[in-house]
Design a protein. Structure first.
Length: 179
């Protein structure tokens, strides 16, 4: 059995795309996944499965959400060991205890690539934010005080590429890996 993590994009945000975590957990169990846990109300699901075919799991989960909740929700599935590798390769400036900086991990949903994301969003504002790509993620840190002045803040939510991204805080990702 392999531990996997599914990140659902854009659920329970500002009253939109409401999904009960208990019902979501039930949906995962009906798909045959085991040891299903949810974390927070924002679409983080940890589960176990015999298989490793994340594309197949992604399609199954998206179909279940469409059928059970009537929503088209993009899903990013990753093996827990792959997420652990990503965290082991985080840049030194990401995920530390500096309370003035906000650290996020951007997951790029296949077939999105870093080049595509970067071409649409552009350069980070050097004095306010930092990015580094690794595999299918982008480490992104920015000033809490000046987040509205960053280049990536508004564009990760408003460009065409935004539908191919799902974002979690460093703390959320670290807690999920520890579950």
């Amino acid at each position: 059995m392999k531990r996997q993590i599914a990140f659902l994009r854009g659920i329970n945000v500002s009253g939109k795309n409401k999904i009960s975590m208990a019902e979501l957990k039930d949906g995962f169990e009906k798909l045959g996944f085991q040891e299903v846990k949810t974390y927070l109300n924002s679409g983080n699901v940890i589960f176990s499965s015999d298989g490793e075919d994340v594309r197949s799991f992604t399609n199954q989960i998206e179909t279940m959400i469409k059928n059970q909740f009537g929503l088209d929700i993009p899903v990013f599935v990753i093996l827990k060991e792959e997420l652990e590798d990503i965290l082991c390769n985080a840049p030194d400036w990401w995920g530390d205890e500096n309370k003035e900086i906000y650290d996020n991990l951007i997951f790029m949903m296949p077939p999105a690539t870093f080049a595509e994301v970067f071409n649409q969003i552009g350069e980070p504002k050097e004095e306010l934010e930092k990015i580094r790509d690794y595999k299918e993620v982008v480490f992104w840190s920015f000033s809490r005080k000046n987040y509205q002045k960053t280049n990536w803040w508004s564009k990760t939510a408003s460009t065409n590429i935004s539908k191919k991204l799902t974002i979690r805080t460093a703390n959320t990702v670290k807690k999920i890996v520890g579950m």
